[in-house]
Design a protein around this ligand. Structure first.
Ligand code: ADP
Length: 270
């Protein structure tokens, strides 16, 4: 397993620098000069304009930035759900760009976990069946003691036989988190995981994600526009116009809010 950071270009522009967390740490995922261009000519949009960043193992990283700054595009490229125009993504030593469809599917299934804003549960399956679905599809055995640990951590023990429409939004998202974690992925990508939840349910989900980092060493990347959510992370990256323009280690909701006050509408330091 190659966990060495990929060498960066010697170009010293901010868009080609590899950003690492304060204090370093082992790299679990990398973006290497990622570019994503939509359209051509006058209609061209540079959704990612040369993003290079290392994500640390056993840490939660939050990605913030104004609407349209490229957060979802970065997350989708990192999670191998979308292909960049150029550059590469490295997940736990595997370069994504060179993978054929089958290997890509295996990487997503075996090494990555996903949590979406809209929960994305299968309505006809129980909570338990939703949690084990990725393992069932892969034909992998469920590690019962790990399943029990995850279910107890998210507090779903007495809801396992319920279907999604019998669960609150917060409970549905806890099912989605358990589903993401049960296969012990190298890294979990969560796209606005609390975007559809009230503040109490949000705090539960964020607390759970944080404890999976602290207690189980899970690596997590979340996209959020909420300083409170970012305050649960170990590090915050700020995006603007498809570039990483700032970052903060050991953020709190207050320090993130304070930093954001110093940005203009495009998300750059004003
Ligand atoms: P964010 O998640 O920060 O709101 P996105 O990553 O969704 O930003 O979008 C970044 C930029 O790329 C925006 O200008 C957006 O309009 C553009 N974009 C995203 N997806 C597409 C697409 N499929 N086609 C054309 N432009 C897109």
């Amino acid at each position: 397993m190659n966990t060495e950071p990929v060498a960066t270009t010697s170009d010293s522009t901010s868009s080609s620098r590899v950003s690492t967390a304060a204090g370093g740490g082992e790299t679990i995922a990398q973006a290497v000069d990622l570019r994503k261009i939509y359209g051509t000519g006058e209609a061209e949009v540079r959704a990612l304009n040369g993003v290079s960043v290392n994500f640390q193992r056993g840490r939660m990283t939050a990605i913030m930035g104004p609407s349209g700054s490229g957060k979802s595009t970065l997350m989708h490229c990192m999670a191998a759900l979308d292909r960049p125009t150029s550059g590469d993504v490295v997940i736990d030593g595997t370069k994504v760009a060179g993978l054929k469809d089958k290997a890509l599917t295996r990487l997503r299934r075996d090494r990555l976990g996903f949590v979406f804003q809209s929960f994305n549960l299968v309505p006809t399956l129980t909570a338990k069946e939703n949690i084990t679905l990725p393992l069932d599809i892969a034909g992998r055995d469920v590690d019962q003691s790990w399943f029990d640990t995850v279910v107890d951590t998210v507090g779903l023990r007495d809801r396992l036989s319920h279907r999604p429409n019998e669960l609150s939004g917060g409970q549905q998202q806890r099912v989605a988190c358990a589903r993401a974690l049960v296969s012990k992925p190298a890294i979990v990508f969560a796209d606005e995981p609390t975007g559809n939840l009230d503040s109490r349910a949000s705090a539960e989900i964020l607390g759970f994600l944080q404890s999976s980092v602290r207690d189980f060493g899970q690596s997590i990347v979340i996209v959020t526009h909420d300083p409170v959510a970012a305050g649960y992370a170990d590090r915050v990256l700020f995006l603007a116009d498809g570039e990483i323009v700032d970052e903060m280690a050991n953020p709190t909701a207050d320090s993130v809010l304070e930093r954001m006050r110093g940005f203009d509408a495009a998300g750059r330091r004003s």
